[in-house]
Design a protein around this ligand. Structure first.
Ligand SMILES: Cc1cc2nc3c(=O)[nH]c(=O)nc-3n(C[C@H](O)[C@H](O)[C@H](O)COP(=O)(O)O)c2cc1C
Length: 308
């Protein structure tokens, strides 16, 4: 049994955490992951995380973020996964103090050592080290998971969780060797029975390889990794022609993505998945994902240990 600072901090069986997924981290998926012994993202009767993505938005204001964090504190959720701007900058130091007082563990998702150092300095409890392989919005420093995790471990005194490129026991074992106390995955949890996304999308993930994703929106400072499809080609065309935010936004709206997940149209929206997609070969239950992964990680660690 692998015990780490993460299993101890949250009182869970496995150091595996589900990453934020806009529209997809709904209660059934969250509950399935938490009930499997890992940490789901939103609601269950076992510890779970709430994710708050603080990126530039036309709809969501600082007041919304403050409200989300107040509710997290009031409800004493196990932890919050913050990405984008840190809590102190987006809402003020008093929100960090409020969450601390309520016992809510604060983790920031970062792509660089400098952002991790800031999070430690203002009082976060842990770091999600997200390399360029990750789905969603990897930082435009473009540092790989392989280097980012040990660099942050080297510089900080907080538990570090590896994000990006993780989807099975081998990759989890590798993250532990890099000094991680746990792993976070999102794409792997999309291809599960409990994830509420159309079967066409799950089948697309299973048939995709590690080189089927690409980076988009670098030119507008909102870098994202997505599966190559007609929509992504259109976005890259606009960028190549020097089109700005206004020309790109209609192609990447949240509404478009929600519709794609529901209808199963694999070409209408950016599907922001990670390179880990190349390692996903089936749609199984969250319990099978988590337990299979732990078994494989322990086996791989034993194999390596036996060699020395
Ligand atoms: C479909 C999808 C939607 C995502 N949406 C968000 C989001 O809203 N906020 C966020 O911080 N990260 C988001 N991410 C990034 C994940 O939380 C996580 O950092 C990343 O996907 C990890 O890499 P992996 O998918 O290879 O495991 C999303 C990822 C996926 C696959």
């Amino acid at each position: 049994m692998i015990k780490t600072e993460i299993t101890e901090m949250f009182g869970v069986k496995y150091p595996i955490i589900c990453g934020a997924m806009m529209w997809l981290c709904k209660p059934p998926l969250c509950a399935a992951i938490s009930n499997a012994g890992a940490i789901g993202d939103i609601t269950a009767d076992k510890p779970f995380m709430v994710s708050v993505t603080i990126l530039p938005s036309v709809r969501i204001t600082a007041e919304h973020y403050k409200m989300y964090l107040r509710v997290c504190a009031e409800e004493q959720v196990a932890g919050v996964e913050i990405s984008g701007a840190p809590i102190d900058k987006a809402c003020g130091m008093e929100y960090i103090e409020m969450l601390k007082k309520a016992g809510v563990k604060m983790f920031h998702k970062v792509g660089s050592v400098r952002h991790a150092i800031h999070a430690e300095r203002v009082g976060y409890d842990g770091i999600y080290a997200a390399g360029i392989e990750e789905g969603g919005h990897p930082l435009n420093d473009d540092v790989s998971t392989m280097v980012l995790t040990p660099r942050i471990v080297e510089e900080l005194n907080l538990p570090v969780v590896t994000v990006g490129g993780i989807s099975n026991g081998r990759t989890m074992a590798a993250a532990m060797m890099l000094g991680a106390q746990g792993v976070m995955m999102a794409t792997r949890f999309m291809a599960t029975r409990e994830c509420n996304v159309h079967d066409n999308i799950k089948n697309k993930l299973i048939s995709s390889q590690e080189n089927d994703t690409t980076l988009i929106c670098k030119s507008i400072g909102l870098q994202a990794r997505a599966l190559k499809n007609k929509n992504v080609s259109a976005v890259l065309d606009v960028e190549a022609k020097g089109g700005g935010l206004e020309a790109i936004i209609p192609l990447i709206t949240g509404a478009r993505i929600a519709e794609a997940w529901e209808t199963g149209d694999v070409d209408m929206a950016p599907m922001m998945v990670g390179q880990s997609v190349g390692l996903i070969h089936n749609t199984i239950t969250c319990k099978e994902v988590v337990e299979g992964m732990m078994k494989e990680a322990e086996e791989q660690i034993a194999v390596v240990s036996g060699k020395f």
